[in-house]
Design a protein around this ligand. Structure first.
Ligand code: SAM
Ligand code: SF4
Ligand code: SF4
Length: 338
């Protein structure tokens, strides 16, 4: 096990495979900023599949077990099933998952499953076309995402649904989403709106808290809390009382989970980050492109993790009022990978 300064092991790696996306969600890539003139990474900036695999080998040899591919929209990266196939053969990797907006799943779900993917998280913030279209910035309707979920489930993938809840945007969708997904095989997870990046205009008053979400649902469909499945599980889970159906809530804002955070992140251009809210990462791409050996790379990663002391959300909670870093720029979610 590789431990950081707060004794947290390195277990998970989230890999952003592209900073591009086919949506412009207001809380992630607002279209006013990520417009036609926005400079996305070029092809040579992106880590190659060889480079990603090499990093995953080092990660696994330090005790890392879980990978999640994300972005931007990961299904925009050409050959993604091929990458998944390669990563699923890395010794020590036990679980690979994907976070996607779902629109391209009808095209790729069976190839992803055949390549070794087991699970997908599909993001959907409303069942109302007008509201979803406003949130995703491009007027894209709900049906394409539901079709993506179905294609994934039909292909054999386990599906979870991620709903970011933002005040005055989609709080009225909490109960309709809960009702709809209660009767499906997909598990719905609510995510508190987070102060990630610098462009989404976050402030605490726009957060609907975990407690508010639970109270709202519980008043019409009673909920019973259930125990975590494993140490470090980020979602607090609740069962609809008297059923085997459940929901999860990820409350980075009101109930931070830094003390058990075992996640590292790799940006699409090869920077290694030890916290979602980091300002700076460790540049692995330059190292990889200077003929570093596998053992040297592993040693570098070990050092970076050993020096880690991030606990941004805990500090934000202690300060109480808002983003704890004030004016210090953070990395955008679409770049670092959600
Ligand atoms: N494009 C893919 C998608 O939307 O699922 C993957 C990348 S996206 C950055 C990963 C997750 O982060 C999504 O579930 C998205 O809703 C969530 N997310 C993005 N910005 C967020 C924010 N400010 N607060 C909370 N969650 C956010
Ligand atoms: Fe794209 Fe996902 Fe961000 Fe929405 S949340 S803009 S789908 S990367
Ligand atoms: Fe982990 Fe950073 Fe999030 Fe805390 S704030 S849970 S350390 S990613």
């Amino acid at each position: 096990m590789t431990l950081d300064k707060l004794n947290r092991p390195l277990k998970d790696l989230r890999i952003s495979v592209t900073d591009r996306c086919n949506l412009r969600c207001v809380y992630c890539m607002p279209k006013e900023i990520f417009g036609p003139d926005y400079k996305f990474l070029g092809r040579d900036d992106l880590l190659s599949f060889d480079e990603i695999e090499q990093i995953c080998r080092s990660f696994a040899s330090l005790g890392g077990k879980k990978l999640r591919l994300t972005g931007g929209e990961p299904l925009l990266r050409g050959g993604l099933p091929r990458l998944i196939g390669r990563l699923s053969r890395v010794e020590g990797i036990e679980d690979i998952a994907l976070t996607t907006n779902g629109l391209l799943l009808p095209r790729f779900a069976s190839d992803l499953y055949a390549a070794g993917l087991k699970r997908v998280n599909v993001s959907l913030d409303s069942l109302d076309d007008a509201r979803f279209g406003a949130i995703n910035g491009l007027g894209v309707g709900v049906q394409g995402v539901l079709d993506g979920m179905k294609a994934a489930a039909d292909a054999g993938l386990q599906v979870k649904v991620n709903m970011v809840v933002k005040k005055s945007s989609n709080e009225q969708d909490i109960i309709p989403m809960a009702r709809y997904f209660k009767d499906t095989e997909y598990i719905l997870r609510f995510i508190e709106f987070m102060d990630v990046g610098n462009t989404n205009g976050w402030d605490l008053s726009q957060v609907i808290t975990r407690q508010q979400i639970v109270d709202m649902i519980d008043s019409v469909m009673p909920l019973t809390p259930i125990a975590p499945q494993y140490e470090g599980e980020v979602a607090a889970r609740y069962r609809y009382t008297g059923t085997d159906r459940e929901i999860g809530i990820i409350s980075s804002i009101t109930q931070s989970f830094c003390s058990s955070c075992s996640r590292a992140r790799l940006s699409a251009d090869g920077s290694f980050y030890t916290c979602l809210f980091a300002s700076r990462g460790f540049d692995l791409r330059t190292l990889l492109r200077t003929d570093i050996s596998g053992d040297e790379l592993t040693e570098k990663l070990r050092q970076v993790w050993n020096n880690r002391e991030d606990r941004y959300s805990d500090l934000r909670s202690l300060e109480g009022t808002g983003p704890s870093r004030g004016a210090v720029p953070k990395i955008e979610m679409s770049y670092i990978g959600g």
